[in-house]
Design a protein around this ligand. Structure first.
Ligand SMILES: [Cu+2]
Length: 139
């Protein structure tokens, strides 16, 4: 698995217990802080930059790797490294299936799917007909 960097907004709740001596009691303050952290993600399959261009720009594959063998019950993680929206949608552009669909993935967005049955699973991008890949799930 490749280590990939993704920016993930995280909401952190910070509870502060402040002792207020003047009042002789204790008050509780809760603060909500939104921070952006850069976190390492073990992406299984990445969507490369310029994948929105026909033939996926300089890349030989639109999903890297475009053929991936996984184990049943092991999550597969797609990471969109492009600056354009993409999707990971089961089936083909001509014949989508309704097994899974990431919807429009933001830049640096991730999508996770866990295959429950062995088999060959083609998928594609609803926005770019030339983007296609296959996952083979084995026991
Ligand atoms: Cu796409």
């Amino acid at each position: 698995m490749n280590k990939k960097i993704a920016i993930i907004p995280i909401i952190v709740i910070i509870g502060i217990i402040a002792a207020v001596s003047q009042m002789g009691g204790e008050t509780t303050q809760t603060e909500t802080v939104e921070i952006e952290t850069v976190e390492e993600i073990d992406a299984t399959i990445t969507i490369p930059v310029k994948a929105a261009r026909p033939a996926c720009g300089p890349h030989p594959e639109c999903y890297i790797p475009s053929y991936y063998v996984t184990k049943v019950d092991e999550p597969v993680i797609w990471l969109n490294e492009d600056s354009a929206f993409h999707s990971v949608t089961s089936g083909s552009y001509e014949e989508p299936t309704d097994l899974f669909d990431s919807g429009h993935m933001d830049p640096y967005g991730i999508f996770t799917y866990t295959f429950e049955e062995p088999g060959m699973y083609p998928y594609f991008c609803t926005l770019h007909p030339w983007m296609a890949g296959n996952v083979k799930a084995e026991r």
